[in-house]
Design a binder for this molecule. Structure first.
Ligand SMILES: Nc1ncnc2c1ncn2[C@@H]1O[C@H](COP(=O)(O)OP(=O)(O)OP(=O)(O)O)[C@@H](O)[C@H]1O
Length: 382
């Protein structure tokens, strides 16, 4: 199972420019998480801080119990070996063919024989759909293939954590869908903890177990996907729907005059992008048939059902809705009565929010007997 990453109060500035402050979140082991955020909100800086390429000013980033903000260079070098990183452009060496690019970390960081290296490289190229392309140079292949080659290279040291910086950038929607599927398939095969930073709404809606968003130098939210996907937070719904009306402007944050002018245009009937409301929970991608089940799915259900009482009502309803009848019985929860339809049909109809205490079915939630973490308690998560 992948490593858990515990981040607490992390703050990063460049000179007097604060990029983000007090970021606190946990990446649960083996789960897939996505960090959304408008351009320039510091998503790439966040990834670089997680592998110690940038040094945060304050806070902790603990991986397998080691705080990489304060640990020694030697320890950091060791911890970095747990990571596989897919950079935006694949970061391949232009003069090396795909085989040598993918073999590079093995030749640099291990004493493996060429025969062993060959076995691993061909296995990873096969996993990423690049079997037969090993003699190609990066300049001779498409952007999608370059990303997959970057991913193959990120896999050769058997990472516990995979970081992907905008894996969809420069790809058309079909190639992005293939890459999304590949990430889920890889998670099913190696159970690594995965963090993807992206602007891509489709990736955010269909790929992760957990979703977060950076905005205005802060983490707006981070948690089970159902929370962000049903959020009424203006910045979240504006971002998910790709609208101009809302707190996010051309250069991240808009001033009041611009916001007022846009609101007046909208009131006068001026269209603001799509008319469809993209909020709501859509089914998560599943591994390609024939691959193993994602072990993280069961662990996550168990984890989320333990914290469900603390989640907003719409997220709770969405989570309970997504359980099978057997799972509802096992967890001792029931669906709430049929909701009244929403004005815009986005395929899923959350029940009306009910103020007050957690519903009875959640209050009597039993401790799950589904826990698959090792008995030493090293697994689990937030
Ligand atoms: N090494 C650096 N020195 C100084 N400023 C930096 C450095 N790296 C990033 N920045 C600044 O940090 C801010 C956040 O950059 P970052 O690339 O992390 O944003 P992002 O959210 O990944 O954006 P995008 O989605 O457009 O890729 C930017 O204002 C950028 O100029």
């Amino acid at each position: 199972m992948g490593a858990e990453v515990v981040i607490e109060g992390l703050t990063k500035s460049f000179g007097r420019q604060t990029i983000w402050r007090d970021v606190t979140l946990t990446l649960p082991p083996g789960e897939v998480s996505v960090m959304l955020g408008p351009s320039g909100t510091g998503k790439s800086v966040f990834l670089k801080s997680m592998i110690g390429l940038l040094k945060p000013d304050r806070g902790r980033c603990e991986i397998n119990g080691v705080d990489i903000v304060t640990c020694s260079e030697r320890k950091l070098y060791e911890i970095r070996k747990l990571f596989g990183v897919l950079f935006q452009d694949g970061a391949l060496f232009g003069s090396m063919n795909l085989y040598d690019n993918v073999a590079f970390p093995l030749r640099e960081h291990t004493k493996k024989s060429e025969a062993e290296i060959r076995r691993i490289v061909l296995e990873k190229l096969d996993m990423t759909g690049l079997a037969g392309a090993e003699r190609k140079l990066p300049g001779e292949i498409s952007g999608g293939m370059r990303k997959r080659a970057g991913l193959a290279r990120a896999l050769v040291l058997d990472p516990e954590i995979i970081l992907c910086d905008e894996p969809d950038s420069g790809l058309d929607p079909v190639r992005t869908a293939y890459l999304s599927q590949l990430l889920i398939d890889l998670n099913a095969q190696i159970d690594a903890t995965i963090l993807i930073v992206t602007h891509n709404i489709n990736v955010a809606r269909t790929v992760p177990d957990n979703l977060g968003m950076l905005f205005r130098r802060e983490l707006v939210m981070f948690g089970p996907r159902e929370v962000l996907l049903t959020s009424e937070e203006p910045v979240v719904s504006q971002f998910l729907n790709g609208r101009r009306i809302g707190p996010i402007g051309m250069s991240e944050e808009k001033d009041q005059a611009t916001a007022d002018a846009e609101a007046a245009h909208a009131a006068a009937g001026h269209a603001d992008g799509f008319d469809e409301d993209l909020r709501g929970i859509v089914p998560q991608l599943e591994p390609t048939p024939g691959l193993p089940e994602r072990q993280a799915v069961r662990r996550r259900k168990d984890r989320v059902m333990r914290i469900i009482h603390a989640l907003p009502q719409q997220a709770r309803d969405g989570i309970i809705e997504s359980l099978t009848p057997e799972e509802r019985e096992r967890y001792g929860v029931a669906r709430r009565p049929s909701p009244s339809p929403r004005p815009r049909d986005n395929g899923w109809h959350p029940p009306e929010a009910v103020a007050g205490e957690a519903p009875a079915e959640i209050a009597r939630l039993p401790k799950s007997n589904w826990r698959t973490d090792p008995p030493d308690g090293s697994g689990g998560g937030a």
